[in-house]
Design a protein around this ligand. Structure first.
Ligand code: UDP
Length: 331
C-alpha cells in the first residue's frame, strides 16, 4: 500500500496517549487521520492542539462516543484503526463502576465488526492490568494471568479489557480480522493529567505547590514508567509490523522503580521543599479504590519482533512531565 492511500482512524485520539499517537501519525503528511473522541478525559485544548500538530490539514475529527460514531451509515473504510477510547485512571474509573464491562465490550465489538467487514488493520490498546501481578510483578506475554477473588473496579476494568483481547484474538481466526493487541505499562509524560489520579502528575502537582507528597501504603509498589512517545511508537509498530493475533507488552523495564523512589526523584528534580507522607488511599478515594499488583514488563517480544526500543529514561520522563505541569498546561 502506498502511504498516501493510508486512511487512519484513532478512537480516543484527543486523550493523553492518543494525542501523542496522532502527532506521530501525522508526521509523514500523507495519511489522513480521523479522530473520534467524546472529550470525557481529554487533556488538550482542541483549538490549540489541532493548530500546532504537523500537517494539520490531514487531521479531521468527530466529537462523539465510539458507539455513536459506529451507528452511522456513512463511515469510510480505514486501512488502520487504533482503538484507545476508554475510561481511564485509577480514580477516573471509579465513577463508572459496574458499567465498565458493558462500555468496553460494546465499543470493541463495534470496532472489530467494522474492521472485519470493511478490511484494514486494528490495534487494540489494552492494559498491563490484565496480568493481575504476573510473577512478583514481572509480566510476560507467555505467562498465565491471575484473576483476583476480590471484586473491585480495577478488576472490572482489567477483566473487560482481557475479554476484549480474547474475543479479538479469536476473531483473527473466525472472521479473518487483522488485529493486534498492545499492553502498555504505566504510561507517563507531558499531557497526563493529575486529575485521573495517576501518580507522576499527582506528585509533580503536589511538589510544585509545596504540598505534602502522598505516597500510598509503604511506597514499595513496583512500576515501570514508560514515556508516552515511546508508547505511541510501539502502538504504530505493532499495527504495521505485528503479526495478526499477536499481543505485545509496551513498557520500559529499564525505568522500573518503586513509588517511594519516584517521590524522592520528583522532590529532587523539582527542587521542592515538600515533605513525603504515607497515606491510606482508601481514606482519600473511598472503599472502591484498590491498589494494583506490582508490575514491570518483559519487553523482548516488542523489541525482537517490532524493533521497538524505548528511548526515554525515567529522569527524562519526570523532567518533561515536570516542565509541562510547571508551564501550567495541566489546567
Ligand atoms: N500512588 C501513590 N500516591 C499517589 C498516587 C498513586 O503512592 O498519590 C501509587 C499507587 O498506589 C500505585 C502507583 O503509585 O502503586 C502507580 O499509580 P498509578 O495510579 O499511576 O498507576 P497504577 O497503580 O494503575 O499502575
Amino acid at each position: 500500500m502506498n502511504r498516501h492511500e493510508r486512511r487512519i482512524l484513532v478512537t480516543g485520539g484527543f486523550g493523553f496517549i492518543g494525542s501523542h499517537l496522532v502527532e506521530q501519525l501525522l508526521q509523514d503528511g500523507e495519511s489522513p487521520v480521523h479522530v473520534v473522541d467524546d472529550l470525557s478525559s481529554s487533556p488538550i485544548n482542541i483549538d490549540r492542539y489541532t493548530a500546532q500538530v504537523p500537517h494539520k490539514e490531514c487531521l479531521t475529527w468527530d466529537i462523539c462516543t465510539v458507539k455513536e460514531y459506529f451507528q452511522r451509515s456513512n463511515i469510510p473504510a480505514y486501512h488502520e484503526v487504533f482503538h484507545l477510547a476508554n475510561v481511564v485512571g485509577p480514580v477516573g474509573v471509579l465513577k463508572h463502576a459496574g458499567d465498565i464491562v458493558r462500555r468496553t465490550v460494546e465499543d470493541t465489538y463495534a470496532i472489530s465488526d467494522f474492521v472485519a467487514s470493511a478490511g484494514g488493520r486494528l490495534c487494540d490498546v489494552s492494559t498491563s492490568e490484565v496480568y493481575g501481578g504476573g510473577r512478583d510483578g514481572y509480566c510476560s506475554e507467555k505467562d498465565s494471568m491471575i484473576i483476583s477473588p476480590k471484586t473491585s473496579v480495577r478488576l472490572e476494568y482489567a477483566v473487560a479489557k482481557l475479554a476484549c483481547e480474547i474475543a479479538l484474538m479469536n476473531q483473527t481466526i473466525s472472521k479473518n480480522l487483522h488485529a493486534v493487541v498492545i499492553r502498555p505499562f504505566n504510561v507517563a509524560g507531558p499531557r497526563q493529567s493529575s486529575r485521573g489520579g495517576f501518580v507522576l502528575p499527582r506528585f509533580i502537582a503536589q511538589a510544585l505547590k509545596e504540598e505534602e507528597i502522598t505516597v500510598y501504603g509503604d511506597g514499595q509498589m513496583v512500576r515501570a514508567f514508560t514515556h508516552v512517545k515511546d508508547v505511541a511508537d510501539g502502538i504504530i509498530r505493532a499495527l504495521r509490523q505485528g503479526g495478526s493475533g499477536q499481543v505485545y507488552n509496551i513498557g520500559n523495564p529499564a525505568n522500573k522503580t518503586n513509588i517511594l523512589h519516584l517521590a524522592q526523584a520528583v522532590c529532587r528534580l523539582s527542587g521542592t521543599g515538600s515533605k513525603i507522607i504515607f497515606v491510606d488511599p482508601k481514606k482519600l478515594w473511598g472503599p472502591l479504590f484498590e491498589e494494583a499488583n506490582d508490575k514491570y514488563p518483559d519487553a523482548d517480544r516488542a523489541s525482537n519482533e517490532l524493533g521497538w526500543q524505548p528511548r526515554y529514561d525515567l529522569e527524562t520522563t519526570i523532567r518533561e512531565t515536570l516542565q509541562y505541569i510547571r508551564d501550567g498546561r495541566d489546567a
